[in-house]
Design a protein around this ligand. Structure first.
Ligand SMILES: Nc1nc2c([nH]c(=O)n2[C@H]2C[C@H](O)[C@@H](COP(=O)(O)OP(=O)(O)OP(=O)(O)O)O2)c(=O)[nH]1
Length: 177
């Protein structure tokens, strides 16, 4: 567990509900992970995994497959849910993101208007070009740890965070999901 700073969060997390449900995918191949340079949407210009908002009526699993197809023309196979991210934001709607990992996919990662694919050595992941929270969970997740993270942002800066490994979901804090 880690927290910066170690004070109480001003967010009432117990009743907190995100406005936007979203997904992320990290595909591993040997010592590399498939990242994207994100060209549209929230986090445009950053490096991230493929992903995006869950459409009404879709499950998170359906949404992440659709987003990988749209953004990179690939279909991940055997995706495993690894984590949940809860983002209380200051200037954009709050986000609840389901994070997946896979080792297999069909198709060839292809640049689209939404994303440029980047096979990246895990030890060379460019955290300075990514959302500030990613360095607090992505390294552990890529080693196979499931996790749940809560982050409060002011603009693009984290002002409070709590990341726990070993379990995935809100039940970790409140005994329900
Ligand atoms: N790694 C990481 N990803 C984040 C953070 N915050 C955040 O929204 N994301 C991800 C979750 C989603 O994959 C993506 C936001 O969704 P999006 O704007 O790309 O959605 P979309 O593809 O449906 O876009 P659009 O059609 O609505 O423009 O950004 C973060 O702090 N770290």
């Amino acid at each position: 567990m880690s927290a910066i700073p170690s004070n109480e969060s001003p967010v009432e997390w117990k009743s907190w509900q995100a406005e936007i449900p979203a997904t992320l995918m990290f595909i591993k191949r040997g010592g590399e992970v498939l990242l994207i340079e994100k060209l549209t949407g929230i986090g445009q210009g950053k490096v991230n995994g493929p992903g995006g908002k869950i459409d009404p009526g879709e499950t998170a699993e359906e949404a992440i497959v659709r987003e990988c197809q749209e953004e990179l023309h690939i279909t991940p196979k055997g995706a495993v849910k690894m984590g949940e991210l809860h983002f209380a934001m200051s200037d954009i709607p709050d986000i609840h993101c389901h994070v997946f990992m896979a080792t297999e996919f069909e198709g060839t990662p292809t640049a689209t208007r939404e994303a440029n694919p980047m096979w990246t050595a895990i030890e060379a992941i460019p955290y300075d070009r990514m959302w500030e929270d990613d360095r607090h969970w992505l390294p552990q997740m890529l080693e196979g740890q499931v996790f749940t993270g809560r982050f409060q942002f002011e603009g693009e800066k984290i002002v409070w965070m709590d990341v726990r490994f070993g379990e995935c979901g809100r039940g970790l804090w409140y005994g329900h999901s």
